[in-house]
Design a protein around this ligand. Sequence first.
Ligand code: NAD
Length: 381
Amino acid sequence: MTLEQGFSPNLSSNNGLTRQLKRDKLRAVAVIGLGYWGPNWVRNLYQGHRVERLICCDLDANRRQHIERQYPAVETTDSLEKVLHDPEVEGVVVATPVSTHYSIARKALEAGKSVLVEKPLATSAREAAHLVQLARANNVVLMVGHTFEYSAPVMKIKELISSGELGEIFYISSVRANLGLFQRDVNVVWDLATHDVSIILMLLGQMPQAVGCHGQSHYANSVEDVALLALHFPNKLIAFIHVSWLDPNKIRRTTIVGSRKMLVYDDTAIQEKIRVYDKGVNVHRYYDTFGEFQYSYRYGDIYIPRLEETEPLKTESEHFVDCVLGLDEPRTDGLNGLRVVTVLEAANRSLRYGGKPVPVDDTYQVDGYETHSPTQILVYR
Ligand SMILES: NC(=O)c1ccc[n+]([C@@H]2O[C@H](COP(=O)([O-])OP(=O)(O)OC[C@H]3O[C@@H](n4cnc5c(N)ncnc54)[C@H](O)[C@@H]3O)[C@@H](O)[C@H]2O)c1
């Protein structure tokens, strides 16, 4: 494989798909992993009525029985191999623990199935890039479950930033904290910060140049339960992400400060999740003394945009079905997953270096070939 064949910089976001299947239902979709999150996929696919056969796979008999009781019409199995050998299965949703994403997604792509992998896509950029490559080689869809990119508040914020309403973005500060759910196989960065990194990259449409991350583990050795990330972008733009499984309160709050306006997004609010503050700082030249400035502060109105809220996972699962049918192109495709994993990997490296900012890798290896980084293949709509 040459570099050009594998990862040319202008590869768009559709995994190179050329298939045109003009149906509105899939013959069969399988959900792998029926723990905490997988059943939400089962519910949405079941209620969406766009799948003729729904196959639910888990190694744990109790989890399969849980689904059988709720959805007597779905099929269940403990065998991934059986799922992958079923010629009717067109799409596979991987909702297993993070450390298993790569191996399960790889097998599914090699079997010629379109795949949605829950966040994060994989545990290294190398693995993520390999999945992107496999999807292209097999001409199938690869999507990643960055659910917040399908949520009404995040889409509204993207619209506000793109329209220039907030002005130049100075910084973003995000907190995602609660008590639990502790993961065994990945730390809090790979678990919770994935959401914030995906949201921030979507909102800003660019990759950070460097990432710093401090964290600490209090219960399991080397599995950090609290962390603070700093993403350094060009032009002094910075984003902070504080994530914790050890917080007395459930907090899901993002503050975005721009040169014209400021915005607070509280995802725990039942209503009025976004507030736009017409607040800011005006800088005046202080003419008595050359070179000095004085500041005045603007306290204007607060505006609450109206949001048409639907369950983000419903939008995402309908989109996955559309993409597998060839009716649409993935909004959160493999490259999107690769970009997020690249940032998480840099954060993890910084953690091991005691918080020192590390550059976001410019190149990495896929099957022995050096490829260009996701920064060079950014395609945002
Ligand atoms: N998008 C979101 O908002 C969101 C929210 C929560 C979790 N997630 C993601 O969903 C995934 C699952 O998380 P969870 O909290 O449900 O985990 P979980 O541990 O509760 O469930 C995982 C399930 O996978 C099963 N499993 C493991 N290996 C398997 C295999 N080889 N074949 C079949 N089944 C297997 C386990 O038996 C278990 O029932 C993770 O990737 C997580 O990051 C996404």
